[in-house]
Write a protein that binds this ligand. Structure first.
Ligand code: SAH
Length: 354
């Protein structure tokens, strides 16, 4: 067993079964042995490819989305641009490069990144070395200027609790040790979950309290200061029951309990839940809509065409592959959803249609 596995094992031997939440939190975020502390997650050499790593067009279009929000905010002389979990910093780099078309936007932007991995902070500093950056471990309470926030594949990494429906009650799914390996086990006593939909025996319900708290914080911040947030992630438009806890290792699905800290652990984001919370804070919500449609509305095909005009043959093929990857239904186009929150902008944000 790897060092993180040994730590988890010792804890289970000491305390008994632990929640899936605690298992996932340690596997993803343990400061020394957690996935983002030790692995190089992204790209062909890593475990998975995110949209900004797949193509510069993704971050560029989001940069233009942000410029449009800024215009709709009345071109404030100062605003905060925040990104949650920026990975290598590629999205922010591409966004700021495309925003160079509007120098007043860049001059007004104060850049804040929310990142817990020391290793990835270093990568972000290298990618964004032309810019002044403020880093935070969690969402800062920024005051005195509007907010433009971006989160791509961030909410899926937040730890969840899972519950199984058993004879009319919900019972938490825990992680225990069986024959020296991690295995699921149901808790001894049921819990009351008021918001749960109707279910059949053995249905699984997932709750992400960290995500719920975060969307509430973001909503309150935007309600107070004005601005907009763009949340991009995979998940269904409506809440569904089911086990979405998954591991990715070297671009293949893996067993999430097999080697904690060595594979990327994620779950599908419950957009309908996030939407409800934002609405209850008085925020305007657009979407979730499929990523493919959002990027088409922002003009990805025109950008693709423009890049191809100046490209050699190999690069032209690559650009076609990138476009397909981002918008095709069989790739990221449909599974990934985009949702915008906004407040005090003169009009709804771009990319969602009327
Ligand atoms: N947005 C990037 C990376 C997505 S991976 C991209 O699209 O390429 C998830 C990112 O969130 C990583 O940077 C990871 O270190 C960070 N992260 C995960 N959990 C976090 C938490 N609880 N707080 C802050 N950052 C976190």
């Amino acid at each position: 067993m790897n060092p993180l596995g040994e730590l988890l094992k010792a804890r289970i031997e000491r305390e008994g079964p632990i929640s899936l939440h605690d298992y996932m939190e340690m596997a993803v975020s343990h400061p020394e042995h957690g996935y983002y502390a030790r692995q190089n997650p992204f790209g062909a050499e890593g475990d998975f490819i995110t949209a900004p790593e797949a193509s510069q067009m993704f971050g560029e279009l989001i940069g233009l989305w942000a410029v449009d929000v800024w215009v709709k905010l009345g071109q404030p002389g100062k605003f905060y641009i925040l990104e949650l979990g920026p990975g290598n910093g590629t999205l922010m780099g591409d966004a700021l490069r495309s925003a160079r078309l509007v120098p007043e936007f860049l001059a007004a932007a104060e850049i804040h990144l929310i990142e817990t991995s020391a290793r990835l902070k270093e990568r972000q500093a290298e990618t964004l070395d032309d810019h002044d950056i403020h880093w935070h471990d969690e969402l800062p309470d920024l005051v005195g200027a509007p907010i433009i926030l971006i989160a791509n594949e961030f909410f899926d990494a937040l730890p969840i609790h899972q519950y199984s429906y058993q004879s009319g009650t919900w019972v938490e799914r825990m992680i225990t040790l069986r024959d020296g390996k991690f295995a699921y086990q149901l808790a001894d006593t049921p819990v009351a979950i008021t918001s749960a939909p109707s279910a059949d025996d053995n249905d699984i319900l997932e709750l992400c309290l960290a995500g719920d708290r975060l969307i509430e914080q973001i909503s309150k911040l935007i309600f107070r200061e004005g601005g907009a947030a763009l949340i991009i992630d995979y998940g269904a438009t409506e809440t569904i029951l089911g086990d979405s806890f998954q591991a990715m290792k070297r671009h293949e699905y893996a067993d999430p309990l097999a080697s904690p800290g060595e594979a990327d652990l994620t779950t599908h984001v419950r957009f309908s839940n996030l939407r409800e919370i934002a609405l209850s804070c008085g925020i305007t919500v657009q979407g979730p809509i499929p990523q493919g449609r959002f990027l088409e509305r922002l003009g990805i095909e025109a950008r693709h065409h423009q890049l191809k005009k100046n490209a050699g043959e190999v690069q032209r093929k690559n650009l076609d592959t990138q476009l397909r990857r981002l918008i095709s239904s069989s790739e990221m186009g449909t599974l990934f959803k985009v949702m915008a929150l906004s407040h005090n902008t003169s009009a709804a944000t771009e990319g969602f249609g009327s």
